[in-house]
Design a protein around this ligand. Structure first.
Ligand code: BTN
Length: 251
């Protein structure tokens, strides 16, 4: 596959055979040094891979892409940070679309194939006055052949296609797509990014049930996201706004 060269994303690539978490390593690096923008840290194995809401990210030795990128998006407002999730989601979405069909972005930033999760994204920030830095951590299940049963609905390219794929090639494609969307964000093409995101959104416009924090179930239709990245659901003729922790998909 012909992957366009990047200007800065993934140019400084640090490979660690084993690490606690590439996100933790990137944040540590940021607290001690000034890595160049687009620096990535990738690894074959994480002993404490971080998932969303304090969860653990599972990945067997040498099977998958585990990578964190460092960016300094000083040009976005603190209230617009959700855009980084859009940028990262679109990049991973594009890469997975090169390998399989029926790819979707499950709000806010999971990548799904049909009803199964193939990739996850964890954006973490270091908001010190002098260093407005963000770490975009991405885990793509490439060659994983079996997952712990406790995981709700994982999948991998191997499980979908019955073949192994080169993580290195996926890494280069990912860097390229990430830079493309990052530069779109830098150029303030917010509507363009949002439109692509909505077009790729899992269950957009489809009636479904969702669980709320108090365990009650609502029936509604995803109608988009608001300016702060909250999920919009039309339920009982009213548009409701949900934060990440306030709602879960029933799959
Ligand atoms: C999720 O829960 O969906 C987010 C998962 C993010 C996992 C990746 S793997 C590389 C990077 N390092 C981490 O510790 N987490 C992210």
């Amino acid at each position: 596959m012909n992957v366009p060269e990047t200007l800065f994303t993934g140019k400084n690539a640090i490979f660690l055979p084993e690490v606690d978490s590439t996100n933790a390593h990137a944040l540590d690096l940021l607290s001690k040094t000034n890595p160049q923008e687009g620096t990535c840290i990738f690894s074959d194995y994480q002993t404490a891979g971080r998932g969303q809401i304090g969860r653990y990210w599972h990945s067997s030795q040498g099977k998958n892409l585990l990578i964190s990128y460092i960016f300094y998006p000083k040009f976005i407002k603190v209230t617009d940070q959700f855009l980084l999730n859009i940028v990262a989601s679109l990049a991973v979405y594009d890469v997975i679309c090169q390998y399989t069909t029926d790819v979707k972005i499950k709000w806010p930033n999971d990548i799904y194939v049909n009803d199964k999760k193939i990739a996850g994204i964890l954006v973490q920030s270091l908001l010190e006055v002098m260093k407005y830095a963000h770490v975009i951590g991405i885990g793509i299940n490439v060659n994983e052949n079996s997952f712990p049963e406790i995981l709700p609905n994982p999948t991998s390219l191997f499980q979908l296609k019955g073949a192994n794929f080169e993580c290195e090639s996926i890494r280069l494609q990912l860097s390229s797509r990430l830079e493309y969307y990052y530069l779109k964000m830098k150029g303030l093409h917010y509507n363009y990014l949002k439109e692509l995101y909505l077009n790729a959104m899992y269950r957009f416009g489809i009636p479904a049930d969702y669980k709320l924090l108090d365990d009650s179930i609502i029936h509604g239709i995803i109608n988009g996201i608001d300016d702060s990245g909250k999920l919009l659901i039309i339920s009982n003729d009213t548009v409701k706004h949900f934060d990440f922790r306030e709602i879960s998909f029933l799959i």
